[in-house]
Design a binder for this molecule. Structure first.
Ligand code: UD1
Length: 378
């Protein structure tokens, strides 16, 4: 069988696409996959590393207001739908799946015009604008949160399904010892994994400076902080200037990006995260308790809604970005690590919220769509 998968911009759209594609390939036994993204998004870095054939189209995102720029973007979109049609006619997919990001718009629209079965996967509590528009055209909508259903108002019966968000199988299979070894972590210390989403988070990075100072040399706690590519060099140089020890063998490890995130998750005891939907799906699948600092400028503040859903379930504690300071973060970390009973209840609640089977459910839906199409053709 042949699958086109599209999703782009950030890791939160790309990894679900990679995961679903792999799962469709595993279940079907024989699957040729083409990933369609843009040259500018993070996908142009991640997708070739993941070993997929990669095609690009030129497309820009819409602003959330009426503007000349939007009219120009819509004209360009017509060109990208045409280019997507050409890609689809050449590749002849049996199904086309989109996981969000504006690149999916023209690709899924083109597939729908060509009557190829289509599915979108929405990761967040509040759906992105591309998925909201595409919902009118596609055959299936798989949502990561039950709460997201209310935002798709014009769907047909059987079109909308709550599946949870797909996570890479390695997130579940990675072992704690293996993770600790791979990342140079001490098995006798509690590990804080700090991740500001796939691009890093400036306010978390800033607050972490106090946190390093506070926990530097701690015999009980170690920190693995992923800063994002852009700020890594300046953070490392500030840390060195402040005399904080980040040499190997110390208790603070700083990385710009982790290509082996599943191993880091396997070793983590507490996550300090933004509230990107996929990061949260990974934390909960592993039953990791978390301190969440939602990115306040995410479209329609969707990270706040993602975070609050976990907080309501008792799996996370939320700090508003505007209230985030080093001392607030230190106090919150200490309130948890010094109370193992609270931490372990949060871990249990986190695991309860996880849906590690989501990728398989979504892949099976895609295979059903193909079957339905071939039955209809007979
Ligand atoms: C700023 C913004 O709008 N971010 C959105 C983006 O999140 P964004 O991509 O920042 O974050 P997510 O947490 O959803 O996903 C990140 C993915 O990248 C992986 N990863 C991250 C860092 C790293 O060093 N290595 C690594 O592998 C994570 O394991 C995860 O698989 O898409 C998500 C899903 O639609 C949304 O919920 C987020 O709101």
């Amino acid at each position: 069988m042949r699958l086109i998968i599209s999703g782009g911009g950030t890791g939160g759209h790309i990894y679900p696409a990679v995961t679903i594609a792999r799962e469709v390939a595993r279940l079907s036994g024989n699957c040729e996959i083409l990933f369609v993204g843009t040259k500018h998004g993070l996908e142009s870095d991640i997708v070739p590393k993941e070993g997929f054939a990669f095609a690009t189209i030129e497309v820009r995102g819409l602003e959330r207001r009426l503007s000349w720029q939007n009219i120009r973007t819509l004209c360009n979109t017509a060109g990208s739908v045409w280019n997507s049609i050409k890609i689809i006619k050449r590749f002849k997919p049996d199904v086309v799946i989109g996981t969000g990001g504006y690149v999916c718009g023209p690709v899924l629209l083109a597939a729908s015009l060509l009557k190829v079965p289509t599915m979108i996967q929405e990761q967040n509590v509040i759906p992105g604008i591309t998925n909201k528009i595409l919902a009118r055209f596609v055959d299936k909508i798989a949502v990561g949160y039950k709460e997201a259903e209310q935002y798709f108002t014009r769907y047909k019966p059987d079109q909308l399904i709550f599946t949870g968000n797909p996570i890479r199988p390695e997130v579940m299979s990675a072992g704690r010892d293996e993770g600790q070894r791979a990342l140079g972590l001490d098995p006798n210390k509690l590990t804080l994994l700090v991740v500001g989403g796939s691009r890093g988070a400036r306010s978390i990075n800033n607050a972490m400076f106090e946190v390093y100072k506070h926990f530097s040399g701690s015999p009980h706690i170690q920190i693995l902080h992923v800063t994002g590519q852009n700020e890594y060099n300046s953070i490392v140089s500030n840390i060195k200037q402040a005399g904080i020890d980040i040499s190997s063998g110390g208790n603070i490890i700083i990385e710009p990006y982790l290509y082996n995130m599943p191993l880091a998750l396997a070793a983590a005891d507490l996550g300090i995260f933004r509230a990107g939907a996929v990061g949260l799906a990974e934390l909960t699948a592993r039953g990791i308790p978390s301190i969440l600092i939602p990115y306040p400028y995410a479209a329609e503040n969707h990270q706040e809604f993602n975070a609050r859903a976990l907080e309501r379930h008792g799996a996370a504690t939320v700090i508003a970005d505007k209230e985030l300071t080093g001392s607030k973060l230190i106090a919150t970390i200490e309130s948890l690590v010094e109370n193992p009973a609270i931490l372990s209840t949060m871990a249990e609640k986190s695991r309860e919220s996880g849906r590690p089977q989501a990728a398989e459910v979504i892949a099976r839906l895609a295979l059903c769509l193909i079957k339905l199409q071939s039955n209809n053709k007979r």
